[in-house]
Design a protein around this ligand. Structure first.
Ligand SMILES: NC(=O)c1ccc[n+]([C@@H]2O[C@H](COP(=O)([O-])OP(=O)(O)OC[C@H]3O[C@@H](n4cnc5c(N)ncnc54)[C@H](OP(=O)(O)O)[C@@H]3O)[C@@H](O)[C@H]2O)c1
Length: 291
């Protein structure tokens, strides 16, 4: 018999972990699908189910057996990410899941500037083609990611120009997600989840300068410079392209749009970069001189 337990993937990670903690705080029964149970958060109301990952269809079917709702966190960067997602969705439908809430990206399209957003488009298309209710939460860039864009030398580099990004905190995304998972009337909906104050990377550097009390700058790069500076990382081309197109998507204005999703669901404004940096000093600790 189907239970009201909500199944959550990605619970060993930043977003799925936050969603699981909020469900536990609300006293909502849920099950955590994880690859490594020792890394699963230890939460009341949670059952930990081990599986081998999105390409482990039998394991996923077993772990989902009897559940109705699935929060599907997109997989880590992978050249076959769409195939992983298709496998996960098919296994979920076979297991009898009635509703999938999927983490997508703003502007998901087959020709999106940000190449990883293309994976999200194809995943959304696959979910739409299945006989399952669904809600797509299209996230903007995580605000949590902004300090990560800056290496220890204090220079954010990338071909973002003067473009703006309406970055959104993962905490806000998690709260919206729980509203969607536990609410009704979201079937077939796509919600763009964004911050409220789009900023340029020059402005982000100024905010980082303020909290770290050192000079942080943004240096615009040409495409050639961006490739040259990232090739030595040894990362595969698809991944470097994904990293670089994060910036070119900002330059193109693809990430600038502000929506009222957070306010509508949470009855308050989304967190602003300045406040978020103040409240999350561990996020920029690597930028503080210790000597
Ligand atoms: N909007 C943005 O700015 C942004 C930035 C970065 C990533 N993302 C996307 O958003 C997703 C969630 O973000 P996050 O911050 O929670 O990432 P995260 O902290 O890296 O966590 C990712 C979670 O997904 C799980 N996972 C990854 N690949 C999987 C697979 N093939 N099969 C099963 N589970 C898998 C991981 O499990 P393990 O612990 O077992 O590896 C982990 O629990 C990411 O996976 C990525 O697709 C968005």
């Amino acid at each position: 018999m189907a239970s009201d337990e909500i199944a959550v993937t990605g619970a060993t990670g930043g977003l799925g972990g936050r969603v699981a903690r909020l469900l536990a705080e609300h006293g909502i029964a849920h099950r955590l699908l994880v690859r490594e149970p020792s890394r699963a958060p230890d939460l009341p109301q949670a059952r930990v189910m081990q599986f081998g990952g999105y390409d482990d269809a039998p394991g996923m079917r077993r772990a989902l057996d009897g559940a109705r709702t699935l929060f599907l966190v997109s997989a880590a960067e992978d050249p076959d990410r769409v195939a992983l997602h298709r496998s996960a969705v098919d296994a979920a439908v076979d297991a009898g899941i009635e509703r999938i809430v999927y983490t997508s990206f703003v502007g998901a399209a087959p020709d999106a500037t940000f190449t990883f957003a293309r994976d999200h488009f194809h995943t959304e298309e696959h979910i739409r083609s299945c006989d399952v209710a669904h809600t797509f939460l299209r996230h903007n860039l995580y605000m949590d990611f902004v300090p990560v864009l800056c290496p220890a030398d204090g220079v954010i580099r990338g071909p973002a120009g003067d473009g703006r990004v309406a970055a959104v905190a993962r905490d806000d995304i998690a709260e919206v997600t729980v509203e969607v998972l536990t609410g009704t009337g979201h079937e077939g909906e796509t919600y763009d989840v964004t911050g409220i104050e789009p900023f340029t990377l020059t402005e982000a550097a100024a905010e980082l300068s303020r909290v770290t009390r050192r000079q942080i700058t943004f240096q615009n790069e040409s495409l050639e410079e961006a490739w040259e500076s990232r090739r030595p990382s040894g990362a595969p081309e698809y991944q470097i392209e994904g990293w670089i197109t994060t910036y070119t998507a900002i330059a193109a204005g693809d990430l600038a749009e502000v929506t009222d999703t957070v306010e509508r669901f949470l009855d308050r404004e989304p967190r602003r970069l300045r406040d978020w940096l103040r409240d999350n000093p561990e996020s920029w600790r690597h930028l503080v001189h210790t000597s």
